[in-house]
Design a protein around this ligand. Sequence first.
Ligand SMILES: N[C@@H](CCC[C@H](N)C(=O)O)C(=O)O
Length: 289
Amino acid sequence: MTLRFTKGHGTENDFVLVPDLDAELDLTPSQVALLADRQAGIGGDGVIRIVRTADAAEEEVRALAGEAEWFMDYRNHDGSLAQMCGNGTRVFATWLRREGLIGDEFSIATRAGLKGIRFEGEQVVTHMGQWRFVDEAKAQAQGFDALVHVEEAEEITEPYSALSLDLGNPHTVVALPPNVNLNGLRLRRPPAVNPVPPEGSNVEFVRVLGPGRISMRVHERGVGETRSCGTGVCAAAIGTAFWSGDVDASSEYTVEVPGGTLRVRLLPGREVELAGPAVLVADGTTTLV
Ligand SMILES: N[C@@H](CCC[C@H](N)C(=O)O)C(=O)O
């Protein structure tokens, strides 16, 4: 079967977008993994099927059809399903706008609920909704609720304290001590998180650069190290605000990732907004086997 696709990225977190406007596709995990394969397929950190919310397979998603016409059906590089992708929302929205399917401000449906989108010049702003601690009592009592082992250069060192956050999808944030070089971490293998998150976790390593400025590297669940992760930079900003003493105040962070720069606004009511660029790189067709 011939498939139309668009390749796009948000701060170099790259995706294969597959329009399925008539809801004819039932992509299997192995078909997704082949599309995302950088040697044998188109290549990307994830695959986004663009489909009407009313045609989503999941009942909870279909229930959002009155508020959002389009559903971002997000799959990871390995073919697994994910609830949400922050960078993906901007690329998805940019494709919908290019095709004339939406206006300047609208909502999209995701497996983590509705997300508001607006275009501000070259930037796309996603209202990511509410975040939550996975274990607030433990985090407030100890300052962390998990441990992360990671390889540094050749060795696996002592575990780092970490914070588990739910941004619709799972995150574990590590604030690196000042003597540890962010670029020296080896993220080719998944960092080991303890307690083991039941559905796996994206793991972010954060270095504070100055007030409101951080840099981050990420190992994404279902992918490996990526050059950016939108939900991950939100988690990194939330963790940094938490460790600096006031996660409930409004604040803004600029987050440097290997693929570029993103802006995060922490809002009252534990809501968060993400702003950044989105680029559509190429359109083509491929054969689905
Ligand atoms: N890159 C994304 C997150 C994609 C999903 C993630 N790997 C997961 O499994 O939760 C982003 O920009 O947020």
